[in-house]
Ligand binder design. Structure first.
Ligand SMILES: [Mn+2]
Length: 362
């Protein structure tokens, strides 16, 4: 194979043991990479802060793609990883990135799975962002200022990276296949989320075929990963609120947005606890507005109830801070009670953020 021939010795500075080939412009993308101002030090690849599986996995898999193409890149995380990530890394046996919460000015960065400075590693504004690979609506890190941006509104950032491996004709080693598969399963909840695209299915099937993992095993894996993601045992209410959380800055307003889930029977009490924790989150994170969406989980009575014991049925939206009530109500209609709205739709944070942006920029 041509790919194997690329694995020759390297003279680039390299803080990893794996062999790194010389850059070789065989494709338009490879030529573009060669034109980037890489500097002399390692380029760090980061997913968003409070990283989820897709954020961590996309930084790792993209670092592998860049290294295989001859560039000295290394995945890092800017804050602590969640329980789902620790769980799947244990099951799949891959190494997680090191924590590096800030970067020096002029550090070369590649961003995956985010597009907002508020979610970036500290120091990103003074760094040099070479690339952005993402599946969110463009945020305040505008695409136009970055030499290479690939944005596709699909289920997982790892699917985009799968496409790039394929387009470049670069072999996906089994470890990287597991890492990408973890990201795709998590972000699409095994292809069930509304954001799932055809190409996510294609990528998931190709990776599971390569690894010899059956659809049943994927379904069970997804269930265990989801359980780990929503395992709130031993956490304080503030920690629960921050377990899947993102910061935004929209028109000068600093907004914190949590993503939670709760069984229907426990919902009222859970909402009370989260509402009580939100003032502390606001203070801790220096916010103007704190919101969260809570998936309402009801018992699944269908054939697949062994694999999916609960299904999402509607979304609660809770809010705290000046101006949040009118913002929430203009999106979701009148509040059920103070601080709480509800919609029968199953909405992701990705779908709600553009609506908030629209309301706040009026
Ligand atoms: Mn993602």
């Amino acid at each position: 194979m041509v790919v194997a021939m690329l694995f020759t010795t390297s003279c680039s500075k390299n803080d990893d043991d794996s062999p790194m080939p010389q850059p070789s412009p065989k494709t338009e993308f490879a030529t573009l990479l060669q034109s980037l101002n890489w500097g002399t030090d390692t380029c760090y690849i980061y997913g968003h802060k409070t990283p989820d599986v897709d954020a961590v996995a996309s930084a790792l898999s993209y670092a592998t793609l860049m290294r295989k193409m001859g560039y000295n890149c290394k995945a890092k995380v800017s804050s602590q990883m969640n329980r789902e990530t620790a769980y799947i890394a244990g099951v799949f046996g891959f190494q997680l990135p090191e924590l590096k919460p800030s970067v020096q000015p002029f550090t070369r960065l590649i961003l995956t799975d985010h597009t907002d400075y508020a979610q970036c590693v500290d120091g990103a504004r003074e760094a040099v962002i070479l690339q952005k690979i993402d599946h969110h609506v463009e945020g305040d890190i505008s695409d136009s200022g970055i030499p290479f941006v690939r944005r596709e509104m699909i289920g997982s950032t790892n699917t985009i990276i799968y496409e790039m491996f394929t387009e470049q004709g670069i072999e996906i080693d089994d470890t990287t296949a597991r890492i990408m598969l973890a990201g795709i399963i998590s972000d699409t909840r095994n292809l069930t989320k509304a954001t799932t695209a055809r190409i996510d299915t294609v990528a998931l099937l190709a990776l599971t075929a390569q690894l010899g993992i059956s659809p049943d095993s994927v379904a069970h894996l997804d269930q265990y990963m989801n359980n780990a993601a929503s395992d709130y045992t031993g956490m304080t209410d503030t920690e629960i609120f921050l377990s899947d959380y993102k910061d935004y800055e929209i028109g000068g307003i600093r907004l914190g947005f949590g993503s939670l889930e709760c069984k229907q029977a426990d919902m009222d009490a859970f909402i009370d606890r989260m509402l009580a924790a939100m003032p502390q989150v606001m203070q801790l994170k220096g916010l103007h507005m704190v919101v969260a969406k809570i998936d309402n989980k009801v018992k699944n009575t269908g054939d697949d109830s062994d694999v999916h014991p609960y299904i999402s049925d509607g979304t609660y939206f809770i809010y705290y801070g000046e101006g949040t009530q009118s913002m929430a109500e203009s999106i979701f209609g009148p509040s059920l009670r103070t601080g709480v709205c509800y919609t029968t739709d199953n909405l992701s944070r990705k779908q709600i953020v553009p609506q908030i942006t629209e309301v706040l920029s009026k």
